[in-house]
Design a protein around this ligand. Structure first.
Ligand SMILES: Nc1ncnc2c1ncn2[C@@H]1O[C@H](COP(=O)(O)OP(=O)(O)OP(=O)(O)O)[C@@H](O)[C@H]1O
Ligand SMILES: [Mg+2]
Length: 340
């Protein structure tokens, strides 16, 4: 049974400019001990999707526009607020890009971790303190008891992110949602955090949703990768399949936009030509068509459904056909035959 099973999830925003369809009809599941990576350009809906899982999108302006989030037999979209509060930070934990989103600047590290343990596991203060030291050691923050009395601003960015990971793991979550957890960190620290997350996952068997616009970071942790464009998942496949036989021209463009394929994982996505659509005015047909070199008139009329080919799904009318040899570059009117 998957740890989490999301079916047709849609989250919109009511704005003066009209309805912003930030997440549209998203489905996926993640099993225990497995990692789904979600990748896509800025503004494609990754954070709204991750916040929608735990219903952390403020309503209004957010609108739950449909779908189910099934976690251990319950639909989180329909739970009452107090049941959700019990799940947040315990069975499902979240790490954000900026550690200061999760850390309280006026509380010591020890109190913050301690509060999670006291709230969810009913630890008393001294037991919480001892456990906080252990947790900090697990995430590579040494010199325990002294550190407990420090405030977030006394720590480096990497150390702060380790503290938020310790807090996220305090209740042994069955699902960890990491939304760009390493983007704000320098390359070496980023690598260390990714290795740490993988090790903790091996030790605890938790499922993980790992979100990044950095295809390299996603590739280094994910078993399966979903590519998002304009609020939708447009391609999803096991990691190796996605890299070896991507079907979506968008995925290919993302990959090509990386500055150097042999570069270490910290290399960011380069810029892709053109801009993603305004999510209040998504074009008819395929939302990527205006930027796509494969697109024809058909692509601009009907939205391509997400279809599955084994474990690989993609939403494209003109998918890349890996059985064909790469298209030769030739001038218009040239039929490719050798000249006499
Ligand atoms: N409170 C809000 N009101 C209106 N629109 C919103 C709100 N929050 C997010 N959006 C819109 O939802 C869309 C998706 O935003 P989201 O933050 O999920 O993108 P993202 O993929 O996480 O981008 P990034 O890589 O920059 O973090 C954007 O168009 C954004 O403007
Ligand atoms: Mg985001």
């Amino acid at each position: 049974m998957p740890a989490i099973n999301i079916r047709g999830l849609s989250t919109h925003f009511r704005t003066p400019r009209g309805v912003v369809r930030a997440v549209q009809d998203v489905s996926f599941s993640v099993g225990a001990g497995r990692t789904l990576g979600i990748v896509g350009e800025s503004g494609c809906g990754k954070s709204v999707l991750s916040r929608s899982i735990l219903r952390l999108v403020p309503e209004p302006p957010g609108i739950r526009a449909g779908g189910e989030v099934l976690f251990e037999g319950r639909d989180l979209q329909r739970l009452d607020e107090s049941a959700l509060r019990d799940i947040r930070g315990s069975a499902i934990a979240m790490i954000f890009q900026d550690p200061m989103t999760s850390l309280n600047p006026v509380l010591t590290i020890g109190r913050q971790i301690g509060e999670v343990l006291e709230r969810h596991l009913a630890y008393n203060r001294s037991k919480a303190r001892t456990r906080a030291v252990e947790l900090l050691e697990t995430v590579g923050v040494q010199c325990g008891p002294k550190r407990l009395d420090e405030y977030p601003h006394q720590l480096s960015g990497g150390m702060r992110q380790r503290v938020t990971i310790a807090m996220a793991l305090a209740c042994r979550p069955r699902l960890l949602i990491a939304d760009e957890p390493t983007t704000a960190l320098d390359a070496t620290v980023q690598m260390q955090i990714l290795i740490l997350l993988k090790r903790l996952q091996r030790e605890t068997g938790m499922a993980m949703i790992f979100i990044s616009h950095d295809l390299g970071a996603v590739a280094s942790v994910a078993d399966e990768i979903a590519v998002m464009y304009a609020g939708r998942i447009v391609e999803k496949a096991p990691r190796a399949d996605l890299f070896e036989s991507m079907r979506m021209p968008y995925t290919q463009a993302l990959l090509r936009a990386r500055p150097d394929l042999d570069a270490p994982p910290h290399m960011r996505l380069g810029a892709l030509e053109g801009r993603p659509p305004d999510l209040a005015r998504i074009p008819e047909g395929c939302a990527f068509a205006p930027r796509c070199s494969h697109a024809d008139a058909h692509c601009r009329i009907g939205a391509p459904p997400l279809r599955a080919d084994g474990g690989h799904s993609f939403a494209c009318w003109k998918p890349i056909d890996h059985a064909l040899p790469a298209e030769p570059v030739r001038a218009n009117g040239d039929d490719g035959s050798p000249k006499p």
